[in-house]
Ligand binder design. Structure first.
Ligand code: SF4
Length: 455
């Protein structure tokens, strides 16, 4: 039977890292060591050049430098595991033989953005802002966002083992770049973590804690284990989700003996207390799901965590088609036993306009992926609407597709709205990327942009 999408079981493959000149002599033991991976992360153009050399042309490096100097909101940090998935199907030959494949590569497009990727007229939407989800406004303790009635987000660290170009927390996460001076936590980590725990002990209405950052893979293991162990002693906490893109970017971290043994201890206590301890990760392309990722995820399940789930981000040029999304979901589910869970619209931070999709495109993708995956593993595509929270893309109240303005409502108050009687009856706007609009809509924003800038 002919179907719009043809399912085929695909075996995962670890791309051969020795195809890159800089890694020609790297052994499997080195490759599988978290320490080796961390010590050989690519943090600048010179280090990238030392790995891939002349396989990509000077034009690529120049494009990358231009982006670093003029646009990047995140500094460069790519573990070898992740860089090795770039252009994996292309055959390296002579000088420049991987240039086209690098420019086109979906993982490269969000982990290593170049200036020519960006939207020349609208690099940012006029309403794009740092901390676009206003998380810091909802901090009840520094780094603890209480946005939903029963759930909190605990940002334990402001670093990650890899930095994604489109990071929502670009305001806080990672090193400053030429265009973004990052905010910094003021309290010492131990003080912040203690105050978070004190708030949670005193707030029985919270039952669900996302332990995040940054990325929990960057916390010293004893510190993370102590924090999660303390959460497990709070009666009202029934779900704990550890957020780590590192499971995809540097799975070697989660395969490390100390981390494995610690996860087993935590999972045992969680099971005993009936708490759902899960790991949430962030993969955006099927290319990222390799046998090492599957081994690391399998190790977490063997350790006794309840589930490993994926929260991807919809990104133009990365996964903005039904086959790209379904290929990723099946690689996660069939290959690595990771449950596809959400795809988020890319948030409205500065510099993200070229990555973002319109609401109509997101609705089309949600429609297109229905019916192929089991229901429990069919991801919802959601927009994280400022001051609202996650909304399924078909929940929109009204939608002006010419100006690209959608309006949304919510059914709860955030922690800063306890006295706001209109919070639940108000409508909240969200905006399509301007490049996706018809000519009349683009003309509207050319007029509007001047008004926004002057206000
Ligand atoms: S891993 Fe998450 S927090 Fe870290 S840079 Fe990527 S998107 Fe941001």
């Amino acid at each position: 039977m002919v179907q719009p999408y043809l399912y085929q079981r695909v075996e995962l493959v670890e791309p051969d890292w020795t195809r890159f000149p800089g890694w020609r002599d790297v052994t499997a033991a080195e490759w599988e060591s978290a320490q080796w991976q961390r010590a050989h992360c690519v943090k600048n153009v010179a280090q990238l050049r030392a790995v891939i050399g002349e396989l990509v042309a000077e034009s690529f490096y120049a494009d990358l430098v231009a982006d670093q100097e003029r646009h990047a909101t995140m500094s460069m940090l790519i573990p070898p595991q992740m860089l090795n998935t770039f252009a994996a199907a292309a055959v390296p030959g002579g000088r420049g033989s991987l240039t086209d494949a690098f420019f086109a590569d979906p993982v490269r497009r969000y982990m290593l953005p170049v200036a020519s990727d960006r939207d020349p007229e609208w690099p940012s939407h006029p309403y794009a802002v740092r901390d676009s989800l206003h998380e810091a406004e909802m901090w009840v303790v520094e780094g603890l966002t209480h946005r939903y009635p029963t759930k909190v987000l605990a940002e334990l660290t402001n670093t990650c083992p890899q930095y994604c170009g489109h990071c929502t927390r670009m305001d806080l996460v990672g090193n400053s770049t030429p265009t973004v001076d990052k905010h910094r936590f003021e309290l010492k980590p131990a003080d912040r973590h203690d105050r978070m725990l004190a708030y949670l002990r005193a707030t029985p209405g919270v039952r669900d804690v996302v332990v995040s950052g940054g990325d929990v893979a960057n916390l010293p293991w004893p510190r993370l284990e102590a924090f999660v162990g303390a959460l497990l002693e709070i009666d009202n906490i029934r779900d704990i989700r550890l957020a780590s893109k590192g499971l995809i970017g540097i799975p070697q971290h989660w395969m490390d003996d100390e981390v494995r043994a610690g996860m087993e201890r935590l999972a045992k206590v969680a099971r005993h207390r009936g708490v759902g301890l899960a790991v949430h990760t962030h993969a955006n392309s099927a290319a990222s799901i390799t046998p090492l990722v599957a081994r690391a995820a399998g190790g977490l399940l063997d350790a006794g965590v309840r589930d490993v789930r994926n929260q991807g981000v919809l990104l133009r040029g990365v996964n903005d088609s039904v086959p790209a999304l379904l290929d990723l979901c099946f690689a996660l589910l069939d290959g690595a036993a990771i449950t596809p869970y959400y795809f988020y619209q890319c948030d409205m931070i500065p510099g993200s306009e070229h990555w973002r999709l319109s609401l109509a495109q997101a609705q089309h993708l949600q429609h297109g992926i229905m019916g192929y995956l089991p229901g429990f593993a069919t991801p919802r595509i959601v927009a994280d609407v400022p001051y609202v929270g996650k909304r399924w893309v078909h929940q929109v109240e009204s939608y002006d597709q010419v100006r690209g303005i959608s309006l949304w409502t919510k059914n709860y108050r955030t922690s800063i709205e306890s006295d706001d009687t209109a919070a639940i009856s108000r409508v909240y706007p969200y905006y399509d990327p301007i490049h996706s609009l018809p000519a009349a809509g683009q003309a509207y924003w050319r007029r509007e942009a001047g008004i926004v800038a002057a206000s």
